[in-house]
Design a protein around this ligand. Structure first.
Ligand code: ZN
Length: 264
């Protein structure tokens, strides 16, 4: 197993010291740590060299996927869950590796009540309305009893790997009604394009672990959003032949839109 220090090849720091000093939390807790890039994932780099155990040292909250693209990853309260293509939730051991994930030590900086959320777009608008700026990273945790949730997962892949945009065309989707659960994810600035998903990227996990996945749509009458402001973004690039050989020259904006959104 490779030491993470050896595969760190790129560091992106978003920092505004004057503002950072006024924050109550220590700066090292306000870093989003991500393994690999969304561009590499879109290009079919589905095996990474960082384990969930190593990822845990950088945060207890986040999202991603696991090696072989074997489901959607949710990191909540320090536990790692995957939602596989059959819709089932699995508690993952620390030895599992990930090709793409982002985590942070979640500390609530802001709490707001959400009301009458009739769609995912409304959810985004209500959260955006309480953010002081859209130029920094936010970890987003929304808890409530959702009247409606639609998610998707991805089927495990075998080599030779196809690009992600082809795979999600046959993605299994799941619908839930009146389900207690948590939305887990991030809202990132537009300038992360190529590295991660600009804007909102949320996964869902039902409280009773009956399901979850990459969030496509939701509705909730009353919910609570907790927001963790982050002014640091750390990108650990995999030390793998696949990553080195991938095409990192494009931003892949259209592919990302197809992958992130509901195609139906
Ligand atoms: Zn996702």
């Amino acid at each position: 197993m490779r030491n993470i220090a050896r595969c760190v090849a790129l560091v992106v720091i978003i920092t505004l010291p004057a503002f950072a000093q006024s924050q109550a939390t220590p700066p090292d807790r306000d870093v989003v740590f991500q393994a690999s890039t969304i561009g590499a994932l879109l290009d079919g780099v589905y095996d990474g060299d960082i384990t969930l155990g190593e990822l845990r040292r950088h945060g207890d909250f986040g999202i991603g996927t696991v090696n072989g693209l074997d489901g959607e990853l949710i990191v909540l309260n320090g536990a790692f869950f995957s939602v596989t293509a059959d819709g089932r939730v699995h508690l993952l051991p620390p030895a599992v590796s990930t090709p793409f994930a982002a985590v942070t030590p979640f500390q609530t900086d802001r709490v707001h009540a959400l009301r009458d959320v009739t769609s995912l777009d409304v959810l985004k608008q209500q959260i955006d309305a309480v953010l002081p700026t859209t130029n920094i990273a936010y970890a987003i945790r929304v808890t409530g009893v959702f009247t409606q949730v639609k998610t998707r997962s991805v089927p495990r892949q075998s080599r030779p790997y196809r690009p992600l945009a082809e795979i999600v065309e046959s993605q299994p989707t799941f619908e839930f009604e009146n389900v207690a659960g948590t939305l887990v994810g991030f809202r990132l600035p537009g300038f992360v394009a190529g590295l991660n998903v600009p804007g909102y990227h949320l996964h869902f996990l039902a409280d009773d672990l009956s399901g979850g996945g990459h969030l496509l749509e939701c509705a909730v009458e009353q919910a609570t959003v907790e927001i963790d402001d982050s002014r640091g973004l750390f990108v650990a690039l995999p030390a793998t032949e696949d990553f080195d050989a991938s095409d990192a020259s494009q931003e892949r904006k259209e592919e990302l839109e197809r992958v992130e959104k509901d195609s139906k």
